[in-house]
Design a protein around this ligand. Structure first.
Ligand code: FAD
Ligand code: AMP
Length: 482
């Protein structure tokens, strides 16, 4: 028998679960189909983000940060703790507990909001029809006035280093190591490579990051990226830019090793590791998802083609999150989920794609929103730039966490803030006030006239705004025109 719904959502990652909950809140009879099974073969909601992405990676980043604090930084506060040791299985098990708590939380939210969670793999077989195949092979047909596809993404696999999830792992395998690899290779100096490389470097791995590009973090403001590579290198990440991996050979013996071949400007090179993380990006996941007869269009990158309101070329079908264009970020996915739900309810909402914040959760964190200095220069937009280092911030000094800076860029004619770029402790949280300010078209002067609590890291944002107009208080003025 066909079950009928107003909305069927495919996938329960941040795009899908948020869309499903918002649809249900708006009065739609909603189902959310999820194929993810945990180690016990039970359906789990939450997708990449909760199971193998944002949350578990941050759990390990937090554990390893506490380790390094105890090992290296407590003594500056007069605290001696003797020999600091890390029980890796205990750290991994804590991470699993956090994941379980959050994924069970989604199940609870579905129940509370009356979203029907359906286990199995969904295929769109008609403009208003979805077939779900359960893990035992049984099939169920769902009819839906609207279908929202939120099937997410998976890691990219490159031929030179085939993943075996033992010696050569992707980001998922890198969250499961049971001991600290002595020599760890990471392919890709992107967000995921740097975060996971940092976790294991803090715990004692000798980490080498191989990156094909010559420019470190090309999407990041150059001044911030330069500071980032300096700090991360000091922490022990050996980041080799301009190094393209071309092949690999697994060593023989009980404790396998992996020898990676790469080319750099000096020619062909080799390096041997105990584990290798391949972090070369992610691709949209649309396998067995769309029956050809439906005619949902994909773009050349394999993403489902959508307009700026996430509508596909089929009027009853929408697509959101990593499976469509734009940055592969959980918060962007969630906002698209809300937008589509509200559009279905005839509300006029829109995601502001110009103000998607980005964060790299290394320590210090790297966070930015809006345009960077190079982008603005290339467009010929004249700007005032205010930079304030955390070294001159009282709270950062009190916490002994003074690396980094806030860089605020404002339009030279209108003073409107066009970008904010931060490297520093709690950069993600500090950035958020600028995301709000920019959403309200604030000027650097507006931020300068706002009162900030003292002492707080956020004062660095205040000072950067003042500096953009040439009158920071706690630093010699370095207003810069670009
Ligand atoms: P996903 O989370 O991938 O969810 C898609 C879901 O759809 C999955 O559960 C999948 O099983 C299900 N599905 C797919 N096809 C079907 C089908 N046919 N039938 C039924 N179910 C199906 N982003 C951030 O913003 N901040 C971070 O700190 C961050 N850290 C990350 C760290 C790592 C290691 C990784 C890998 C990613 C990280 N991301 C981070 C990215 C973030 O996880 C993704 O952007 C986000 O999960 C995308 O959400 P989504 O709902 O589009 O897709
Ligand atoms: P991101 O897309 O941010 O996850 O980053 C992935 C990084 O991996 C990019 O900076 C790519 O340049 C890099 N990359 C992809 N393929 C290779 C390769 N074969 N060798 C080294 N780096 C690579």
């Amino acid at each position: 028998m066909t079950k009928e719904y107003d909305v069927v959502v495919i996938g329960s990652g941040p795009a899908g679960y948020v869309a499903a909950i918002r649809c249900a809140q708006l009065g739609f009879n909603t189902a959310c189909v999820e194929k993810w099974l945990n180690k016990d073969n039970k359906t789990v909601y939450g997708g990449t983000c909760l199971n193998i992405g944002c949350i578990p990676s941050k759990a390990l980043l937090d554990s390893s940060h506490k380790f390094i604090e105890a090992q290296k930084h407590f003594s500056a506060h007069g605290i001696s703790v003797g020999k600091v040791a890390m029980d890796v299985p205990a750290m991994i098990s804590r991470k699993d507990t956090v994941v379980d708590q959050l994924t069970s939380g989604i199940k609870g939210l579905f129940t509370a909001n009356k979203v029907a969670g359906i286990a199995g793999t969904a295929k769109v077989v008609g403009n208003n029809k979805v077939v779900v195949t359960d893990s035992d092979g049984s099939k169920e047909e769902l009819a839906a006035k609207h279908i929202i596809i939120a099937a997410g993404s998976v890691p990219i696999d490159i031929p030179p280093t085939p993943i075996d999830q033992d010696t050569i792992v992707d980001s998922t395998g890198a969250l499961e190591f049971q001991e600290v690899p002595k020599r760890l290779g990471v392919i890709g100096a992107g967000v995921i490579g740097l975060e996971l490389g940092s976790v294991w470097a803090r715990l004692g791995s000798k980490v080498t990051v191989l990156e094909a590009l010559d420019d470190f973090l090309p999407v990041v403001d150059r001044q911030i990226a330069k500071e980032a590579i300096k700090i991360l290198s000091k922490q022990g990440l050996n980041i080799k830019m301009g190094s393209r991996v071309t092949g690999s050979k697994l060593g023989k013996g009980t404790k396998k090793t992996i020898t990676v071949e790469y080319t750099d400007r000096d020619g062909e090179q080799k390096e041997t590791f105990d584990k290798l993380i391949v972090a070369v990006g992610r691709r949209p996941f649309t396998e067995s998802l769309l029956d050809e007869s439906v005619g949902v269009e994909l773009d050349e990158g394999g993403f489902i083609k959508v307009d700026d309101q996430c509508a596909t070329n089929i009027p009853s079908i929408f697509a959101i999150g990593d499976v469509v264009r734009g940055p592969m970020l959980a918060h962007k996915a969630m906002e698209e989920g809300v937008m589509v739900a509200e559009r279905l309810a005839d509300k006029k909402t829109q995601v502001n794609y110009d103000l998607v914040p980005s964060v790299i959760y290394t320590h210090p964190e790297i966070a930015w929103v809006g345009q960077n200095e190079e982008e603005l220069k290339s467009k010929g937009i004249e700007c005032n730039i205010g930079v304030f280092p955390f070294l001159a911030n009282g709270r950062a000094l009190a916490a002994n966490d003074t690396e980094g800076m806030v860089k605020l860029i404002a339009d030279a004619k209108t003073d409107r803030i066009l970008g904010c770029h931060i490297i520093g402790a709690s950069a993600a949280d500090l950035l958020q006030q600028m995301v709000i300010a920019m959403e309200f078209s604030a000027s650097a002067e507006d931020i300068g006239l706002t009162m900030f609590s003292h002492p707080a890291l956020s004062e660095a944002v205040h000072e950067a705004a003042l500096a953009a107009n040439g009158h920071a208080i706690h630093i010699g003025n370095r207003k810069r025109r670009s």
